[in-house]
Ligand binder design. Structure first.
Ligand code: M6R
Length: 366
C-alpha cells in the first residue's frame, strides 16, 4: 500500500505532481483563460459583496491560510485575516453577513476548526470550506467550498494536502478576482498557465531528493534549526520548521527573515543551522544580506534558490535549486525540498516519520 516507498510520507511527497494535477483538473479551463470553481460561481453575490475574509485553520492548514491571505489580498483585493481556529472560537468575533469565513482542514474533522465555523454561521457569516476528505464534518457544516482532491493522506505530517490547499487558494483568489474585476484577462491567463505548469515543476523539484538525503546526514544530531523566508515564503519558513519539529523532534523556528536582527540572531552559532528560503524575487538582495549575517556568526546555511542564482551558492554551505516560478505560487515548489529535508533528517535519526510520538492524524478533541 506504500507503493514501494519505505514510508507513507515519502510516497505522499512523491505523489504531488499527480495530486496537484487532480486538484486543478476541470478548474483551470478554456485554455487557461478562466478559473471555474462551482462554490464561487454558485454564490457569486457573496463574493462580489464581501467586505472581508477571515480564514480559520490549525497547524499546517493555518500555514496554508497565511499564504491564502496574501493571495486574496494581492489578487482579489479583499481585506483578509487569518486566525487559529482555537483562538477564533473563543474570541467573541464581530461578524456580519458580508463576511466570508474560509475554513481550511485536510481531515475535515478538526474539533477547533469545526467549532469555529459553527460560531461563524451562528453569527451570520458565509462559510467556505477547503477540505480534502469528502463528506467530512467540516465539508458538511460549511455553506459551500472546494475540495483539494489530493487523495487520502496517511502520514501524520501533512505534505500533499498543504500543496493542494495552497493551489486551491490560488485558484480561489483568481476566481474571485475574475468576478470582482480586480485582475486583467492577460494576468489571469498568465497566472492560470503557471498553475497548469505546477505538476511538471514539482516533478522537476523532486529531483533534489538525492542531494537532500546526502546533506541531511550533516544535520542529524543538531538540536536547533532556524528557518527564514520573506513575503509569500514567510509561511513556508513556518511550515518547514513545523515539519522538522513534528517528525525529527528537533526544535525549529520559522521567522520572517528581516526579524532575525530583532532577536533570533542571538541564537546563531556553529551549532545552529539556518534554512534560508531565497528564490529570486523582489527582496532577493535583502535576503542575501541575511545569509551573510548568519555566516558571519559561524552558522551554516542551507539555501533554497531559483535556478541560475550565482550569488547565494558562493556564500551558502548547501544550495538547493528550484525552477523559476511566480512568487505567489513559489510556496508550493519551495515546500518540496522542505518536506524532503525534514523527512531525511527524521529517517536518519531513526524516528517513526509516519506516526510521530504524541501526535494523531486528526485532532478531534480540544
Ligand atoms: O486536518 P486538519 O488540516 O484540520 O489538521 C490541522 C492540523 O492538525 C495539522 O495540519 C497538523 O498540524 C499536521 N500534523 C501538520 O503536519
Amino acid at each position: 500500500e506504500k507503493g514501494g516507498y519505505p514510508h507513507f510520507m515519502l510516497k505522499e511527497i512523491y505523489e504531488q505532481p499527480n495530486t496537484i494535477f487532480d486538484c486543478i483538473r476541470g478548474r483551470v479551463v478554456n485554455n487557461a483563460t478562466e478559473i471555474k470553481l462551482s462554490g464561487v460561481i454558485d454564490h457569486s453575490d457573496r463574493f462580489i459583496n464581501a467586505r472581508r475574509i477571515i480564514i480559520v485553520a490549525c497547524g499546517t492548514s493555518w500555514h496554508a491560510a497565511l499564504i491564502g491571505q496574501r493571495l486574496l489580498q494581492d489578487i482579489a483585493r479583499i481585506p483578509t485575516s487569518v486566525e487559529y481556529a482555537s483562538e477564533f472560537r473563543y474570541s467573541n468575533p464581530v461578524l456580519t453577513s458580508d463576511d466570508i469565513v474560509i475554513a481550511i482542514s485536510q481531515s475535515g474533522e478538526t474539533a477547533d476548526t469545526l467549532a469555529a465555523i459553527k460560531l461563524a454561521r451562528e453569527n451570520g457569516a458565509f462559510v467556505y470550506g477547503v477540505c480534502n476528505v469528502v463528506g467530512s464534518s467540516i465539508a458538511r457544516e460549511t455553506d459551500t467550498g472546494t475540495y483539494i482532491h489530493v487523495g487520502p493522506e496517511i502520514g501524520v505530517a501533512s505534505t500533499k494536502a498543504f500543496t493542494g490547499q495552497v493551489t486551491v487558494l490560488a485558484m480561489l483568489a483568481l476566481a474571485v478576482a475574475q468576478l470582482r474585476g480586480t485582475i486583467s484577462q492577460e494576468k489571469l491567463s498568465e497566472f492560470s498557465r503557471s498553475i497548469e505548469q505546477l505538476p511538471s515543476l514539482i516533478k522537476e523539484t523532486l529531483k533534489l531528493n538525492d542531494a537532500i538525503e546526502k546533506l541531511s546526514s550533516t544535520y542529524t544530531y543538531v538540536r536547533n534549526f532556524l528557518y527564514l523566508g520573506r513575503g509569500y515564503n514567510y509561511p513556508s519558513a513556518l511550515e518547514g520548521a513545523l515539519k522538522l519539529k513534528e517528525i525529527s523532534y528537533i526544535h525549529a523556528e520559522g521567522y520572517p527573515a528581516a526579524e532575525m536582527k530583532h532577536g533570533p540572531i542571538a541564537l546563531i552559532d556553529r551549532e545552529m543551522p539556518t534554512v534560508v528560503i531565497a528564490p529570486s524575487d523582489e527582496l532577493h538582495e535583502k535576503i542575501i544580506s541575511n545569509i551573510q549575517q548568519v555566516k558571519a556568526r559561524g552558522g551554516s546555511v542551507i539555501a533554497i534558490v531559483t535556478r541560475g542564482d550565482t550569488t547565494i551558492p558562493e556564500i551558502a554551505d548547501h544550495t538547493l535549486e528550484i525552477p523559476p516560478v511566480p512568487e505567489a505560487l513559489s510556496p508550493i515548489i519551495v515546500s518540496i525540498p522542505l518536506q524532503l529535508l525534514a523527512y531525511h533528517i527524521a529517517v536518519m535519526k531513526g524516528c517513526n516519520v509516519d506516526m510521530p510520538r504524541n501526535l494523531a492524524k486528526s485532532v478531534t478533541v480540544e
